[in-house]
Design a binder for this molecule. Sequence first.
Ligand code: NDP
Length: 285
Amino acid sequence: MGNLIDGEIIAEKIKAEVNRDITSLNADGINLKLVAVQVGENPASAVYVKQQKKNCEKAGITYELKTIPAEIETVALLSKIEKLNNDRSVTGIILQLPLPEGIDVKRIQSSIHPFKDVEGVNPANLGWIVYGKPSLAPCTALAVKEIIDSTGVDLYGKEVVMVGHSDIVGKPVALLLVDKFATVSICHIGTSKAGMLEEHVRRADILIVAVGKANLIPGGWIKQGAVVIDVGINRVGDKIVGDVEFETAKEKASLITPVPGGVGPVTTAILLRNVVKAAQWLKKQ
Ligand code: NDP
């Protein structure tokens, strides 16, 4: 594999732990059930739903898709979430995005009970990251942390550059890594517009990119020996590529995640782990 980080191997380890924990929960009479709420039709979301269902069922988690008509209003959707919050047979809730225009996404995400919020999008769960005690944190952010941990790289004092500042990837990743005493810079569209992106990227001992623009980062910008984690997923013709120019970057990086096969499988496994964590907490209530 050379300097490639194999996300499938990391994911398999997580799934083995998940299987053990599910067996133990089942032995205590607890069955896991994940409900995915989808509002309206969305082809991209349909692909995720299919994959989630397959992964959950393989792990022994019941998966139910609740499809709600696109015309629903925020208040009515809130009451549907409330019903799931109060249903003891439901141990995890996922809200499929995007939601139709006009629905207050943040309000809906905030209404998912923090103990059932397996995607870590409720402000309470995001807040636990700020406290340095991540619990049900966003799956992709946890996946990035898991991948870095798997490399054995010591983050203390290292220059980490996070490109992208979304609520579910860039911001939580930065907080998770700053707690390991890395020096973390967060870059975004403002950095690019100011013409400063290259300068930041060239400094990175650990570079994480989560933007969604194919080949945004030329391989020539990568510092010799850097660890590169490419979160981006972009379709170019009939190929899926990341945000980093892979062929040239891999010549300079000490370790690099491929796309596909890097962050994606780890994120999927972390979702299962979050479903287990949620059920373990609910058991204690
Ligand atoms: P968002 O669109 O929410 O965030 C993208 C971020 O990139 C924003 O902070 C945006 O800044 C910034 N940005 C946009 N253009 C530039 C630029 N030219 N230079 C620097 N920064 C820029 O996306 P997500 O965080 O949800 O996802 C990012 C990528 O990761 C996507 O390709 C997505 O498909 C992928 N992804 C992969 C997952 C996996 O499991 N592998 C899981 C989740 C996401 P601003 O908002 O200011 O424009």
